[in-house]
Design a protein. Structure first.
Length: 460
């Protein structure tokens, strides 16, 4: 037996040499072992474990309870509660989330503002970005920059479109994290337009006017006198409609950080819109259902947001219409304009452990799997571009939604000033008043001057 030992020892060495295997010794010296490869000496780099920079002991997260306030009801509330239950069961730290409903965004704003100075308040809330901006300015909101960039608990934001990601910033700080994003868009009946002799989607305000007027004139040639005033754009006075048309004409509400409504571009946009009504190429009604009017060819164009798209598809089915219709941005002579808006996750200042627990839940909520489920339930934009990989079937059954997603790279932000909370309401009221009293196009500058004066007062 003694003679066999050298043989097996030599055989083992030969076997290791033939297979290229290396015997490793778990010592610090082995990590820095130098190897000769091609005549060049290389030093193996030490493998470092990714460590958090947040200075929170993960043991302190175990079993931690946090509270979130939400403004939702119906489908959104039900799905969010489902997410909470799943996270409570699945998360590795045993963090437990509880939910309190605040009914709507207005109540949310009032209740959070009142709770901020109190010890008893939620750990995070779902609110509008302008609300988060105000609370951040008052010192009640956590800057999420350190969480987003943390080596262990952070995320890669490069997969989030800029128009979604940039809405929640305050200078170099991040006051919130995107929760949902929507947009106001125009809808165009492509089949009817083709019959009227228009073979492409209107890309400029002039094209929009030509097609609107063409649709209205077609109503004068049929046997029904009651529809003579219909056919063009069915007027919509939503806040984001007013804002989008201003952007489409190169205007807006801000100039060098200050509210400025009385500008040549804004005057042009509102004169254009009032001119459409004065010539009969746009019509308004307090009783008409836009989806039904669109499906019945009473309007060549209507305005809608992403949540409206399924009901419009149902209206076409109810009308037995096979017309093809499309989503289009507000025409500006180039790629078009689409103003993007929505809610955000806002983490309030509390303990380091509670803030991290809230962030971990937010991070989980916005992962692709949950993001896709949000889209399928709400019909809003996905937060991540990569989420589209999970929505192939949804795209096929919701082609107009996909058309809106395709326009997202051209999307525009809302103002980030906290005062936008009240200024936008004033904008909507002024725009609606202009139609309610049938303001002549020549008086548009006076309306915009009043809006500007009120905006400056509201922003003080």
């Amino acid at each position: 037996m003694k003679k066999l030992f050298p043989f097996f020892f030599i055989a083992a060495i030969i076997l290791n040499a033939c297979t290229g295997s290396t015997t490793l010794t778990a010592t610090a010296d082995a990590v820095a072992t130098q190897e000769q490869i091609g005549g060049i000496t290389q030093t193996a780099e030490p493998v470092l474990e990714t460590a958090s920079r947040l200075n929170v002991n993960e043991e302190a997260l175990k079993g931690l309870s946090i509270t979130v306030w939400v403004p939702w009801y119906g489908i959104e509330s039900d799905l969010f509660n489902t997410f909470v239950n799943e996270f409570n069961v699945q998360n590795e730290w045993g963090i437990q989330v509880s939910v309190e409903n605040q009914v709507n965004f207005s109540n949310m704003y009032e209740n959070v503002t009142a709770a901020l100075p109190q010890e008893e308040k939620p750990d995070f809330v779902i609110a509008l970005p302008e609300h988060a901006q105000e609370w951040y300015a008052d010192g009640g909101v956590t800057d999420l920059t350190a969480y987003v960039t943390d080596p262990k608990f952070g995320i890669d934001p490069s997969d989030i479109p800029a128009v979604i990601w940039d809405q929640d910033t305050v200078g170099e700080a991040r006051a919130a994290f995107p929760a949902q994003r929507n947009a106001q868009v125009l809808l165009w009946n492509e089949t009817w337009a083709d019959e009227l002799g228009f073979d492409s989607i209107p890309s400029s305000s002039k094209d929009f006017q030509t097609q609107s007027c063409g649709a209205q004139k077609s109503m004068l040639t049929d046997q029904f006198a009651e529809n003579d005033a219909l056919g063009g754009w069915l007027v919509n006075t939503d806040i984001m409609t007013a804002y989008s048309w201003m952007l489409a004409f190169g205007g807006g509400v801000l100039e060098e950080g200050n509210y400025h409504f009385l500008t040549p571009n804004n005057i042009d946009s509102y004169k254009f819109l009032r001119g459409l009504s004065e010539t009969g190429c746009a019509w308004q009604s307090t009783s008409a259902d836009p989806a039904t009017s669109f499906a019945k060819r009473e309007a060549l164009f209507i305005t809608a947001n992403l949540t409206d798209l399924p009901s419009i598809a149902r209206a076409f089915a109810a009308a037995n219409s096979t017309d093809k219709w499309r989503v289009m941005p507000f025409p500006n002579g180039e790629t078009g304009v689409m103003a993007v808006y929505g809610s955000s996750y806002v983490i309030l200042n509390s303990t380091d452990e509670e803030q991290l627990a809230a962030w971990l839940f937010v991070r989980w909520l916005t992962e692709a799997k949950q993001d896709a489920r949000w889209v399928e339930a709400t019909h809003l934009f996905p937060l991540h571009t990569s989420t589209l990989d999970l929505l192939g079937d949804y795209e096929k059954t919701h082609p107009q939604w996909k058309q809106a997603v395709d326009v997202l790279p051209e999307g525009s932000l809302q103002p980030t000033q906290p005062s936008w909370r009240t200024v936008k309401i004033m904008l909507g009221d002024g725009f609606n008043h202009m139609y309610r009293v049938n303001t002549p196009s020549g008086q548009v500058p006076a309306i915009l001057a009043q809006m500007e004066a009120m905006a400056k007062d509201l922003s003080k």
